[in-house]
Design a protein around this ligand. Structure first.
Ligand code: NOJ
Length: 561
């Protein structure tokens, strides 16, 4: 497929390359209507806060009509607003306020699956096997004598199998169990058939719909999942992980997916400046992941490598070095992220004993955050150091709402309040992601900490100390650290260069950015010597205690020229 050559000489065409992007999980950000669910007018009302924070863009997780079977990633209607979150007019008002504040807007687009309430899926359920209505999704006959077994052994991401059997509503078998449909996520999230031209055309329409309303970019959910090998017999794949880097996996990262995004780039380039896009593609092989980020495709791909790494000097340096080299080779800029709505907040991850695995983290969540005991002070100290390490790097930094308040995971949510499909589909064996989605605390002394109505997930008492107004103007608070860093960041992002400097100790990583800005991180538990030639008087920002001739333990320093 040919893509219009990238085109733009618009001065704003590369705005995303080094942007600090703040993720808003709309239901949990700010509730203007008082129903306990965050909404678009709530986001609009916080534009002053976001502007003072110093971010360049917001990314909104889905705000579309949805039964919220997966927190809104089950979309009923791609070109509308959930009435609980507002209206299209509210959306336009939010975009206008955002642009007035100099903040770009990125919206989430969810192309791998719709919700089971989507008009096309409802039509598919009401039509007979083999009908054109079924062809927009993946329906298949079951195995076994009477089709009583799922068509393949594929698991769902949230636990259980990836196929659900329907009771036919039309055709000769009406009223009886019939075909199965594919859902790699929850039962309520049927996967689209991306070989179908109507599916492709409809997403182009959706991109144009939001682009015409003024959004500046798109975050593309499960970007690596759209092209699937559905040829019969379906291949066995008892685990979802991608184990090969040659595009031959039946479900993920197949080469054909790139034709889809080349087509999208054509749409995105109809605008000037072209619309930005970032792929959510959990592809472990960086050479493959970066294919999504080519200028002829989405332009950027999330890089979750730092997020998955332990807090360790050698690991952080190796990852940063590799990602920068590879991003440059692909024509993209790198992305960085420590927290989002799908993972345990990084201040809590780093609080667990060193060497903890993902399984340990899940066990800790299941134990309500009690076993093993977490050292929260250490977790936040490390999270702040990691964030300043990351904010100094070239590329885009994706920040998740509440990390600027130093929020920890709410690991002890009452079980009756949990909503993540993972919790239900694993029969309560995996707790899921609710603990990072608890509505934000804005005011220490207000009802519901100023969020609005009684929050859809309960806020813990300790949120009081993290409330935005409790940190506002307080020297050394996490909020003030983020504000200072995002302010200084504009000075060291004048180009995308970075030089690694020699380190005084194995626990230290040291790099220089344009105009002589330097960043020094000590990952160790003991203070480290300041490298010779570095003047501690030039420290303008510390993630921890003030530097007194050393780089304090688990601390990042920023030095002005
Ligand atoms: C990734 C999203 O970030 C996550 O929240 C969602 O559950 C899955 N994709 C499915 O849409």
């Amino acid at each position: 497929m040919t893509v219009p050559a990238s085109p733009s000489t618009h001065p704003d065409a590369g705005w995303w390359r080094q942007a600090a992007v703040y993720q808003i999980y709309p239901r949990s950000f700010s509730d203007a209507t008082g129903d306990g669910i965050g909404d678009l007018p709530g986001a609009t009302a916080r534009m002053g806060y976001l502007s003072a924070l110093g971010i360049d863009a917001i990314w909104l997780s889905p705000f579309y009509p949805s039964a919220l079977a997966d927190g809104g990633y089950d979309v009923d209607d791609y070109r509308n607003v959930d009435p609980r979150l507002g209206t299209l007019d509210d959306f336009d008002a939010m975009v206008a306020a955002s642009h007035d504040a100099g903040i770009k807007v990125i919206v989430d687009v969810v192309p791998n699956h719709s919700s089971n309430r989507h008009v096309w899926f409802q039509a598919a359920l009401g039509s007979a096997p083999g009908s054109p209505e079924r062809a927009r999704y993946h329906f298949a006959d079951g195995l076994g004598v009477n089709g009583e077994l799922p068509p393949s052994d594929w698991p769902s991401h949230f636990g259980g199998g990836a196929w659900t059997r329907v009771v036919e509503q039309a055709g000769p078998n009406a009223g009886r169990p019939g075909q199965w449909y594919l859902h790699l996520f929850a039962t309520e999230q049927p996967d689209f058939n991306w070989d179908h031209p109507e599916v492709q055309a409809d997403f182009h329409t959706t991109l144009r719909f939001w682009a015409d309303r003024g959004v500046d970019g798109f975050r593309v959910d499960v970007a690596h999942g759209l092209a699937k090998d559905m040829s019969l017999p379906l291949r066995s794949k008892p685990q979802l992980e991608i184990l090969v880097d040659d595009g031959s996996d039946p479900l993920f990262d197949r080469d054909a997916v790139h034709d889809i995004f080349t087509g999208w780039r054509g749409v995105l380039n109809e605008y000037d400046p072209p619309k930005a896009a970032v792929a959510e593609a959990w592809v472990p092989f960086t050479n493959r992941r970066l294919m999504y980020a080519r200028p002829t495709e989405l332009g950027q791909a999330f890089n979750f490598d730092l997020l998955q790494a332990p807090f360790d000097a050698a690991e952080f340096r190796a990852i940063a070095e590799k990602c920068l080299v590879e991003a440059e080779a692909s024509g993209a800029s790198s992305t960085w992220v420590f927290s989002n709505h799908d993972v345990v907040r990084h201040a809590s991850r780093y609080a667990l004993p060193d060497g903890s695995t993902l399984e340990d983290l899940e066990a800790w969540l299941l134990a309500g955050g009690t076993v093993p005991p977490a050292d929260l002070g250490r977790g936040l100290r490390r999270a702040r150091a990691a964030t300043l390490f990351m904010l100094g790097l070239p590329g885009s930094a994706y920040l998740y709402q509440g990390e600027e308040l130093g929020l920890f995971e709410v690991a002890d949510l009452p079980e009756a309040s949990l909503q993540d499909p993972t919790w239900f589909r694993t029969q309560h064996k995996v707790k899921g992601r609710d603990g990072c989605r608890v509505p934000l605390p804005w005011q220490r002394d207000a009802a519901n900490f100023g969020f609005g109505g009684t929050p859809w997930l309960p806020q813990p008492d300790w949120f009081a100390g993290h409330a935005a107004d409790a940190q506002d103007g307080v020297e050394g608070s996490t909020l003030e650290m983020y504000r200072a860093a995002l302010g200084w960041r504009r000075k060291l992002q004048t180009d995308e260069s970075l030089a690694w400097l020699s380190e005084p100790a194995a626990s230290v990583v040291h790099y220089r950015r344009p105009n002589g800005w330097e960043v020094l991180t000590n990952f160790g538990a003991a203070p480290a010597l300041v490298p010779s030639g570095v003047d501690p008087a030039k420290v303008v920002l510390s993630s921890g205690v003030p530097a007194t001739g050393t780089v304090p333990a688990e601390t990042t320093l920023w030095l002005a020229p």
